[in-house]
Each structure stands twice: as structure tokens, then as C-alpha cells.
Design a protein around this ligand. Structure first.
Ligand code: CMP
Length: 132
């Protein structure tokens, strides 16, 4: 499962095995709030199946689906969650703790580069929304 996610592509077998040992699979029903805007959080999610809606101040920012990830911002910045993410369908997500994600990024900088590129896009998007 890990191997299929673009975020983890190109990782060695040994690294994938260590990553699998550090992660868990969370299955949720539609309507489940996975992360909540303004609340601190230390779990990072990669969507395996299903879709979720990202909202901020009750406005929809984005829909996320398989292979997308979320929760990286609070995990990397240690600031509260920037948005709320709610399951729209039944979902299966791979979860990693902050420590697990940091270890994975340290072992394989390509994970960090992919994460940072998405993080930068999302931060730019949040900035634009607040430009008046
Ligand atoms: P975090 O702030 O930890 O929790 C909410 C998550 O929503 C955030 O991390 C990102 O993963 C995600 N998110 C925030 N803004 C956007 C956006 N513009 N597009 C997609 N996802 C976003």
C-alpha cells in the first residue's frame, strides 16, 4: 500500500518496511472529522481510499482523494491545524505520528522535498485568501 503512494515512491524495501511498522491504518465513516481547524495535532494522514473535504472558516478549500495527504502543516510547524478535514465517503487513511514522519523524512529526503513542495503551495493558497 505504501509503495503505491507517490509520496513514498522510490523508497527502498527496508525503508518501506520501517515506514509500515511506524504507521497505522485508520478507517472512518462519512462525516468523520479527521482534523479540526484551530486545534493542535500531531498526526499526518495519507488517503488510501475515499475522499475528504478541506474547509477553513466554513469555506471549502479543496477535495482530497487517494494518494493525497493532509495534516502535514501542524505536524511540521507545531502550530494549530489550519483547516478542518472531514470524510465525505468511507475512508481508509494511513497515519503517521510526528515522530514517525520526521524519521521517514530524515531517512529519505525525497519525502521531505515532496511534502515541502505541497506545503508551500498550500501556504501560498492560504496567503492569497487573506490578501485584500
Ligand atoms: P494541518 O494544518 O495540519 O491540518 C489541516 C490540513 O488541511 C493542513 O494541515 C493541510 O494538510 C490541509 N490543507 C490546508 N490548506 C489546504 C489547501 N489549500 N488545499 C489542500 N489542503 C489544505
Amino acid at each position: 500500500m505504501l509503495e503505491r503512494a507517490p509520496l513514498f515512491q522510490g523508497l527502498s524495501r527496508a525503508h518501506l518496511r520501517r515506514l509500515a511498522a511506524a504507521s497505522a491504518v485508520r478507517r472512518v465513516r462519512p462525516g468523520t472529522e479527521l482534523v479540526k481547524e484551530g486545534v493542535p495535532g500531531s498526526v499526518f494522514y495519507v488517503i488510501l481510499t475515499g475522499t475528504a473535504k478541506v474547509t477553513r472558516n466554513s469555506r471549502t478549500l479543496k477535495r482530497l482523494g487517494p494518494d493525497d495527504f493532509f495534516g502535514e502543516m501542524a505536524v511540521l510547524t507545531k502550530e494549530p491545524r489550519t483547516a478542518t478535514v472531514v470524510a465525505e465517503t468511507p475512508m481508509e487513511c494511513l497515519t503517521l505520528t510526528a515522530a514517525g514522519l520526521r524519521t521517514a523524512m530524515g531517512r529519505d529526503p525525497s519525502i521531505a522535498v515532496r511534502l515541502l513542495s505541497t506545503l508551500a503551495d498550500r501556504l501560498a493558497g492560504l496567503d492569497r485568501r487573506f490578501d485584500v
